[in-house]
Write a protein that binds this ligand. Structure first.
Ligand SMILES: NC(=O)CC[C@H](N)C(=O)O
Length: 308
């Protein structure tokens, strides 16, 4: 695809086609505060290195990034620990739902990958050991790489999740029992719930993802934050684990490394080529945005933006 194409009409057409799907699926309400979001919201943003940013629909409205935050915390922890990170968390798809506890016992508290909740808690624990105020460090990092200074937490969402986060608390305690959480469980959970409550728009997420598109160089940051080979590894984990037990189906239908969140956002990235973010709050049974997944599928099918 060449940079002179105007992608806005393609994005608008994709949104028009998937709009009926926003009525299907379920807005996540196991975090009660997320259940109040309007299911009619639908936005998409595309960043191309040689073409800039294209947007359609509600691309500038902020939503709860939830598990998309796991991409940013993984990058931060990877920067700090390098390959020794993989002693504490694996990089194999789990084939199980994002909040499953089932493999943790047989795997001795080493979560399968950094994008299921168990793995993300370990990654957040790494940041708790590295920073005095890890939640502020995460926010600062996201502000820095996106170039948007007023990105923030939503304290109501963080509190709502803390009040109902029994599974995550069980998981964190279980991992701690195997010695794979170093900080107190309460600190790790508090940081994790806050990072999940960060609000960004599709346009802001594709800005932040420039770090991966440009092989480690972020917007407005002079030094490289990751090496090109680290970027390829993060993208590979997005492809194999970023959409949980639907990752195989995502690779088959869409062919893009992607990370979803229960706020209804999905961020897809191809290093060197593009970042694409879609938001529609209603989710399918795997916890991935239903209309959002279809939008990515239509877009990649129509433009040939697939890694395969
Ligand atoms: N898949 C997700 O977005 C899950 C994130 C959510 N905060 C949770 O821990 O349940």
């Amino acid at each position: 695809m060449d940079g002179s194409i105007n992608f806005t009409p393609i994005l608008e057409q994709v949104l028009d086609e998937v709009r009926p799907l926003t009525l299907q699926g379920k807005v996540a309400n196991y975090i009660p505060e997320l259940g109040h979001v309007d299911r009619n919201k639908l936005g998409i943003a595309l960043y191309l290195p040689d073409g800039g940013t294209y947007t359609a629909g509600d691309a500038h409205e902020r939503f709860s990034i939830q598990s998309i935050s796991k991409v940013f915390t993984l990058i931060m922890a990877y920067r700090k620990l390098g390959d020794s990170l993989w002693q504490r968390v694996g990089r194999e798809p789990s084939g199980n739902p994002f909040n499953s506890l089932i493999q943790l016992e047989t795997d001795q508290g080493i979560p399968r990958n950094p994008f299921i909740n168990a793995g993300a808690l370990v990654v957040t624990d790494v940041l708790c050991s590295q920073y005095v105020n890890p939640h502020l460090a995460i926010l600062e990092f996201i502000r820095q790489i996106s170039g948007v200074e007023d990105i923030n937490f939503n304290p109501r969402v963080a509190r709502s999740e803390a009040q109902h986060g029994f599974r995550n608390a069980a998981m964190a305690n279980f991992i701690k029992s195997f010695g794979n959480l170093k900080s107190p469980v309460e600190n790790v959970l508090e940081t994790y719930f806050r990072q999940c409550s960060i609000e960004m728009s599709c346009a802001e997420l594709v800005s932040a993802a420039q770090l991966l598109v440009h092989y480690g160089t972020a917007l407005g940051v002079s030094e490289a934050l990751l090496t090109p080979s680290e970027v390829r590894r993060v993208a590979s984990i997005m492809l194999t684990c970023g959409t949980y037990d639907a990752a195989g189906d995502f690779a088959f239908r869409i062919g893009l490394p992607a990370k979803s969140g229960v706020g209804g956002g999905i961020l897809a990235v191809v290093p060197g080529r593009m970042a694409l973010c879609v938001w529609s709050p209603a989710l399918d049974a795997h916890g991935n945005s239903l209309a959002g997944s279809r939008a990515l599928e239509l877009f990649s099918g129509r433009t040939g933006f697939s890694i395969f």
